[in-house]
Design a protein. Structure first.
Ligand code: AP5
Ligand code: MG
Length: 193
């Protein structure tokens, strides 16, 4: 198995690049944000609970997202690998993910981090908010709250993977194709290890 985490702040391009990467490498795309939005659309109890946090730009509790990832891994026993998008977002989630993968005699092979300036993040998300219908894209206040959650709770995840030499930082600004090629180069390099 080959497992990759696409890491970065809200609006850094994780979703955009994930779609291209799963196409090229045949990985299963696991986006906790997408899974949570599906739960909201289906009006499940989990979705209703999660919506309270998501609408204000806060992280959903660890136990909720870890449970979703556990089921998703279980439901894909023949996967050649997973691409995690927007997960893990806390150190506790990272530790849980390592344990889940170890149960399958597998591990995270690479963490690719997209670096984008705060002003560009805000501009991208406000712009998307005009058409996306995402309740957390509607105003600067919520977008700033998401970025603050990232700085406080998610950025330590980078240090967690850095201690294992798995962290690779890339420029997330510029055209989508060049960023994609840079990500592919890193994956090819890690595959050879
Ligand atoms: P989630 O859905 O994961 O959202 P996010 O991380 O806040 O980020 P986005 O999906 O908005 O951005 P992205 O990096 O995917 O960028 P995209 O490609 O879309 O999470 C939503 C919420 O769910 C969280 O706030 C939290 O409440 C909850 N949640 C989810 N996972 C959780 C977890 N693990 N733990 C706890 N809570 C969790 O691009 C953004 C925009 O920019 C698009 O319009 C795109 O077209 C554009 N764009 C992309 N690339 C470029 C480029 N190179 N140049 C110009 N524009 C670009
Ligand atoms: Mg996304």
């Amino acid at each position: 198995m080959f497992n990759v985490i696409l890491f970065g702040p809200p609006g850094s391009g994780k979703g955009t690049q994930s779609e291209k990467l799963v196409d090229r490498y045949g990985l299963i795309h696991l986006s906790t944000g997408n899974l949570l939005r599906e739960e909201i659309t289906n009006r499940t109890a989990l979705g209703l609970e999660a919506k309270k946090y998501m609408d204000s730009g806060q992280l959903v509790p660890d136990a909720v997202v870890i449970g979703m990832i556990r089921s998703a891994i279980k439901n894909n026993p023949d996967a050649e690998g997973f691409l995690f998008d927007g997960f893990p977002r806390t150190v506790a989630q990272s530790v849980a993910l390592d344990e889940l993968l170890a149960e399958n005699h597998s591990e995270i092979n690479a963490v690719l981090a997209l670096e984008v300036s705060e002003s560009e993040l805000i501009e991208r998300l406000l712009n998307r908010g005009k058409t996306s219908g995402r309740s957390d894209d509607v105003n600067q206040e919520i977008i700033r709250a998401r970025i603050l959650e990232y700085e406080n709770k998610t950025s330590p995840v980078a240090g967690y993977y850095d201690q294992f030499g798995k962290m690779v930082k890339l420029k997330g600004e510029g055209d989508v194709e060049s960023i994609f090629e840079a990500l592919c180069n890193e994956i090819e390099a890690k595959k050879l290890v």
